[in-house]
Design a protein around this ligand. Structure first.
Ligand SMILES: NC(=O)c1ccc[n+]([C@@H]2O[C@H](COP(=O)([O-])OP(=O)(O)OC[C@H]3O[C@@H](n4cnc5c(N)ncnc54)[C@H](OP(=O)(O)O)[C@@H]3O)[C@@H](O)[C@H]2O)c1
Length: 334
C-alpha cells in the first residue's frame, strides 16, 4: 500500500552515535532464521571510515530538504516499518548504499545480501537488528542463496553490478556475464513467489547494445548481459519493476571501490526525467536512482514496467510520492 512520508517523523539515523556508544548488541544481528554458516554475525563496528557517515548525513540532508507536497503533509503518515522487509542486494555499491541509507532514514526494515558482511558494519554502523540485517552470499553461486535468506522478505531491490570494462573488480571472474546475467538469474530463481515487488537496476541502452555508441559500452557484454537479466526477471512471474539508469553521477561513473558514496550528493541534478522504450540518453544522479527504486516499491502501477531514468539540473521530486507517481505515469503516456 502506498504511503507517504512525514519528514518530521523520520527518525534520526544514529550516525553520530556509531562510534560514541559502547557496543551493546550484535550490530548486524541475524534474524531468527536458520541461516547457518552463511549468515553474517558481524559484531564489530569499529570503522576507520568517516566517509560513509558523511554520506548518510548527506542523504539525510537531501531527504529533509526535499519538497513535500501538501497532500503528503496533510496525510501525516509514515511508512509502516513493520509491513516491509526489503532485501537489498548490492547494498555496498554506489546506488545500493544510498538505497540502504534511505531505507534506514525511513525506518523501513532491510536485509542486506552481501559478499562481505564486514562492509555493512563499516558503512552502516550500529543498527538495531530489527532495522538492518545482513546475510552473506555471492549471487554467482546459487548454493550461497539459502532459502532462509528470503524468509519474511516482502520486497527486493537489486543493484548489483561490476565494471563494464576489465578492472580489479573483475577479479575472481566477477564479470558482467557472471554478475549481471548469472547473478541476477540466480537471485531471481531463489526468490519466493510471495515477494510483492522486485526492483532491478539496469541500464539505458540494453535494447540497443549492437548499435553505436552502445556497442562500445557493450564491448565486454555488459548491456547484453543486463538485458538477459532483465528478461529473466520479466519472465519469472514475479512482480517486478526495472529501473534503467543513465550514466551514473554523484559517485564515480564507473565504480572501482567503496569510495563511490563519498561524493554522493545530488548537487543540482535533481530534476527527474522518466521515460519508456529505451529512448532516453543522458546521466542520472545515484541518489535519484536510489529514490526511484524505493518509490517503485509502493507505486502499484509500476509493477511489470520498465523505465529509463535521467536527472538534470533543477528542482526534483525529492521523496514526494505523488510527484513520483506523476513522473512514472507521464512516462507511460508519452
Ligand atoms: N556506472 C554507470 O554509469 C551505470 C550506468 C547505468 C547502470 N548502472 C548500473 O547501476 C547499478 C548500480 O551501479 P553502481 O555503480 O552504483 O554500483 P557499484 O558501485 O558497481 O556496486 C555494485 C554492487 O554489486 C555488488 N556485487 C558485485 N558482484 C557481486 C556478486 N557476485 N555477488 C553479490 N554482490 C555483488 C557489489 O558488492 P561488493 O561490495 O561485494 O563488490 C556492490 O555492492 C549497477 O547495476 C550498474 O551496472 C551503472
Amino acid at each position: 500500500m502506498a504511503s507517504r512520508l512525514s519528514f518530521s517523523r523520520i527518525p534520526e539515523i544514529p550516525v553520530e552515535s556509531f562510534r560514541k556508544h559502547p557496543r551493546q548488541a550484535p550490530l548486524f544481528a541475524v534474524p531468527p532464521l536458520n541461516l547457518r554458516s552463511k549468515c553474517a554475525h558481524s559484531r564489530t563496528i569499529s570503522s576507520s571510515r568517516g566517509d560513509f557517515v558523511q554520506a548518510i548525513r548527506a542523504v539525510r540532508e537531501e531527504v529533509v530538504q526535499s519538497p513535500i507536497s501538501e497532500s503528503a503533509r496533510d496525510s501525516e503518515t509514515v511508512p509502516s516499518s513493520s509491513s516491509k522487509l526489503v532485501l537489498v542486494v548490492g547494498g555496498t555499491g554506489g546506488v545500493g548504499q544510498l538505497v540502504v541509507a534511505s531505507l534506514l532514514n525511513r525506518n523501513i526494515k532491510s536485509r542486506l545480501l552481501l559478499r562481505d558482511p564486514q562492509k555493512a558494519a563499516t558503512f552502516f554502523g550500529e543498527q538495531d537488528e530489527e532495522t538492518l540485517q545482513v546475510v552473506t552470499g555471492d549471487t554467482r553461486n546459487p548454493g550461497d542463496l539459502d532459502p532462509s535468506f528470503f524468509e519474511g522478505v516482502t520486497h527486493v531491490i537489486c543493484c548489483t553490478g561490476t565494471t563494464a570494462f576489465p578492472s580489479k573488480r573483475w577479479d575472481g571472474d566477477n564479470t558482467p556475464e557472471r554478475v549481471d546475467w548469472e547473478g541476477v538469474r540466480n537471485l531471481i530463481s531463489a526468490l519466493p513467489s510471495s515477494v510483492k515487488r522486485v526492483v532491478l537496476v539496469s541500464s539505458i541502452g540494453v535494447t540497443k547494445f549492437n548499435e553505436l555508441p552502445w556497442s562500445i559500452m557493450n564491448l565486454f557484454g555488459v548491456l547484453k548481459y543486463k538485458k538477459m537479466g532483465e528478461d529473466f526477471l520479466q519472465n519469472s512471474g514475479l512482480p517486478f519493476t526495472i529501473i534503467r539508469a543513465g550514466r551514473l553521477t554523484d559517485g564515480p561513473y564507473t565504480s572501482y571501490d567503496l569510495n563511490t558514496l563519498i561524493k554522493a550528493t545530488a548537487g543540482q541534478r535533481r530534476a527527474v526525467l522518466v521515460s519508456q522504450g529505451d529512448k532516453l540518453v543522458g546521466e542520472v544522479s545515484r541518489l535519484v536512482v536510489a529514490e526511484a527504486c524505493i518509490q517503485a516499491l509502493d507505486i502499484e502501477f509500476t509493477q511489470g514496467k520498465i523505465y529509463e531514468i535521467n536527472s538534470v539540473d533543477g528542482e526534483g521530486p525529492g521523496s514526494d510520492q505523488q510527484k513520483w507517481r506523476e513522473l512514472f505515469q507521464s512516462a507511460q503516456t508519452k
